[in-house]
Design a protein around this ligand. Structure first.
Ligand SMILES: NC(=O)c1ccc[n+]([C@@H]2O[C@H](COP(=O)([O-])OP(=O)(O)OC[C@H]3O[C@@H](n4cnc5c(N)ncnc54)[C@H](O)[C@@H]3O)[C@@H](O)[C@H]2O)c1
Length: 453
């Protein structure tokens, strides 16, 4: 048994003992969605033809997974770097047209939809252009690079009646869906506090990716890659490690909080940004020229609960999201869900510091009233829910997108959902970089440094 499991079991036993109960536990295997049914050949009219924009770290995985789904075909790929266009062909396993200009994909009438996995500073323009060209689009998280971007993307989605799905895969994950069901059923009572955390401890995890040896202004269209970012000479590190700079990414919040936030928003049915956010953090270790912190904590004020997020790039730590309620604990740890009920009631008379006779007299009445006898124990049954080992929520999320494209079923993670999660990321950064509380002004659609009067 691993150390993690031992300490976890000890915690559960302690919880049970504190509640005057014995511990029992059971495990339930969750049933994956239809994307895991045996591959069925899709009727030819049902095939979705996708084009991909951005075939880097995430795009290459999305491409591989997409074409592994029944009834999905990739017929063109776009990337600004030659190596990635070569990679697209390798993955698809046949000659497909590739280009540096994504507008060629948007003009191609044979393409039904686009999967876009470009750095964050390009998300808005690509989503808006896709929608205006009549293409449905799967766009990676975080949806926006700025608050204003997000509202432009929603407008383009709604005006053109397009399917827009943001790529935070926890939104389609069966473990989170189960957590949502239990949360909504009130299994843990009123949730007043949510905690979420994760940590990494290696250069790759801290975004220090290796620069491809052939990267140069000849093999990469650097000017276009910069997009709306400030103009600067070719910089291989900026291309390869763009998450380290605010011109292209949003640091820890945009890269990692967004996953935790998506899970929290989905499970708890959050449909608006929180009222306030307050961050602390710092750059302690990765002094490689980056302008974002490597450790960050943020407290969010949602109407129904407060949420604390903690991410570090300096210590490996499990990904955990914990919904703490008046009737127990709902915890997602490394992709597994555990429900541990708590009664929220005294299990013995609460008479600290009373003399013996007074205590005994009170205890007699208390036990009659509570129909319990001294030393009696009830059973706390914790339930663990887990997905099959081969389960992959990217696959489930992509499947949901292609089903929406096929059937016009609304997107499971539309631009409004994606925008709310992204605004939380911007609030965290606003607070950190301005050293103030970040207030969300829903009327102005802006983050402010003090409450609106
Ligand atoms: N959902 C997840 O778990 C997850 C994981 C990793 C990354 N992501 C997201 O995926 C996106 C891409 O991240 P990455 O790590 O794959 O980046 P990357 O740098 O590895 O790849 C991005 C690719 O996009 C290309 N590109 C950039 N602008 C382009 C443009 N205008 N037209 C065509 N191609 C363009 C680049 O040349 C590059 O090859 C980011 O938004 C990131 O946050 C999501």
């Amino acid at each position: 048994m691993s150390e993690q499991r031992i300490s976890r079991r000890r915690f559960m036993q302690a919880t049970a003992c504190a509640a005057g109960a014995t511990l029992a536990s059971r495990s339930i295997l969750l049933d994956p969605g239809p994307s895991y049914a045996l591959p069925r050949p899709a009727p030819s009219g049902d095939t979705v033809r996708m084009g991909i924009i951005g075939v880097g770290m995430q795009g290459s995985g999305l491409l591989r997974t997409s074409i592994g789904l029944p009834g999905v075909e990739c017929i063109a790929a776009c990337d600004l770097y030659d190596g990635r266009r070569e990679l697209a062909k390798e993955i698809v396993g046949k000659e497909i047209p590739t280009t540096r200009q994504y507008k060629e994909l948007l003009d191609n009438k044979d393409i039904d939809c686009i999967v876009a996995a470009v750095p964050d500073h390009w998300h808005k323009q690509i989503v808006v252009d896709c929608c205006n060209a009549g293409k449905d689009v799967y766009c990676e998280k975080p949806m926006s690079h700025t608050v204003a971007d997000g509202f432009e993307m929603i407008a383009a989605e709604q005006k053109n009646k397009r399917i827009v799905q943001i790529g935070s895969q926890r939104r389609s994950d069966i473990v989170y869906t189960k957590a949502k069901e239990l949360y909504e059923r009130g299994e843990v009572g009123d949730v007043c506090l949510v905690e979420a955390q994760m940590g990494r401890n290696d250069p790759c995890g801290a975004w220090e990716y290796t620069v491809p040896p052939d990267l140069s202004p000849e093999t990469l269209d650097w000017e276009t890659w910069l997009g709306t970012a400030p103009k600067k000479p070719f910089n291989a590190l900026h291309f390869t490690r763009w998450r380290c700079w605010q011109d292209y990414g949003e640091g820890i919040p945009g890269d990692l909080y967004v996953h935790l936030l998506t899970g929290i928003h989905y499970v708890a049915g959050i449909a608006a940004p929180p009222k306030r956010a307050m961050s602390m953090g710092g750059l302690f270790r990765w002094h490689d020229g980056r302008d974002v912190p490597d450790s960050m904590t943020t407290v969010y004020e949602y109407p129904q609960f407060r949420a604390t997020l903690r991410v570090t790039l300096n210590t490996e730590a499990e990904e955990v999201t914990r919904f703490m309620g008046t009737r127990g604990l709902l915890e997602i740890r490394n992709g597994e869900l555990t429900l541990t009920p708590q009664s929220g009631a005294d299990y013995a008379p609460c008479t600290p510091g009373w003399p013996r006779k007074m205590r005994a007299d009170f205890a007699e009445g208390w036990h009659q009233e509570h129909q319990s006898s001294p030393g009696s124990f009830s059973t706390v049954e914790s339930t663990r829910y887990y997905a099959p080992p081969e389960y992959n929520d990217d696959r489930e999320h992509l499947w949901n997108f292609f089903e929406s494209v096929r059937t016009r079923r609304p997107s499971v993670e539309d631009a409004t959902f994606g925008n709310n999660a992204a605004i939380c990321c911007h609030m965290a950064n606003y607070s950190y970089f301005n050293g103030s509380i970040a207030y969300w002004d829903a009327g102005k659609k802006k983050i402010l440094g003090s409450a609106a009067s």
